[in-house]
Design a binder for this molecule. Structure first.
Ligand code: SF4
Length: 256
């Protein structure tokens, strides 16, 4: 079963890659809200839940984060990272820049060594406020799953005008202050073969990485239940091989 995050602040969870991570969900608590509807989304399909589509208020987010940080400080266990993810696309929040400003202030006050990470699908980069906010976070993690527009549309099912070529140009503008995240998978969706691990796909993706010159790359595959049931996980060994090809470009790459 796919699952939603029922709280604004969740965790902390310990991960090998991030350390102790405190999650922040700006999206509705009863429904997923995203500009993509990825066939692998752990939150399920956009249409699955018909709950309220209200973003969590900036003030509520700051209050929830502050009380979580105060509680963690009292236990002597501060987070290594504060991660914006949750039930959809965090940068859709109308006050995303203000939320990041509050988060930086709270981080500086209660957990000065914690990093701030944002996991985003890069569909809001037409907004100057979103770009300004992403430039201020420590880990600006943006998704590109395929350089082929048709394959990207099949995997990510964008609900808006989406062009991977455009996203590559937008990512270049971060001048290296960006982390590219890619989900690798194979399978079938609506009778069509899905595979972003073919040699052609990988070569195009590596070319894009060369052009973007990100601070690092994160590759991963399916770890939990997915709304599309006909997908297969790409095994770690193969992800390691893909990662080695990224590293040969002089770009750090981690396998989740
Ligand atoms: S971008 Fe993230 S939240 Fe949105 S559909 Fe894809 S996996 Fe789910």
């Amino acid at each position: 079963m796919t699952a939603l995050y029922p709280h604004i602040v969740y965790g902390p969870v310990r991960s090998r890659r991030l350390g102790l991570s405190l999650g922040v969900n700006l999206l509705p608590l009863e429904a997923k809200l995203c500009t993509f509807d990825c066939i692998y989304c752990e939150c399920g399909w956009n249409g699955d839940n018909t709950g309220s589509h209200r973003f969590n208020d900036r003030e509520e987010v700051a209050a929830a984060l502050e009380s979580a940080l105060v509680a963690m400080a009292a236990e002597g266990q501060l987070p290594d990272v504060i991660t914006f993810a949750g039930n959809g696309e965090p940068t859709m929040h109308p006050e995303f820049e203000g939320v990041i400003e509050d988060t930086i202030a709270l981080r500086d006050r209660y957990a000065p060594s914690a990093k701030i990470s944002v996991l985003s699908n890069a569909t809001q980069l037409h907004r100057a406020d979103v770009i300004r906010a992403l430039e201020r976070v420590d880990n600006n993690i943006l998704k590109i799953d395929s350089l082929d527009e048709d394959v990207a549309r099949l995997i990510n099912k964008p609900c808006c005008n989406y062009s991977v070529a455009n996203v590559v140009e937008q990512l270049k503008l971060f001048k290296g202050k960006v982390i590219v995240q890619t989900m690798f998978l194979r399978g079938e969706y609506e009778g069509k073969r899905v595979d972003n691990t073919t040699e052609e796909q990988i070569v195009a993706w590596l070319d894009a990485l060369r052009a973007i010159a990100p601070q690092s790359v994160m590759v991963y595959s399916i770890a939990r239940d997915t709304p599309c049931k006909t997908l297969q996980k790409v095994e770690r060994e193969e992800l390691e091989q893909i990662s080695a090809r990224v590293e040969s470009l002089g770009i750090t790459c981690s396998v989740a």
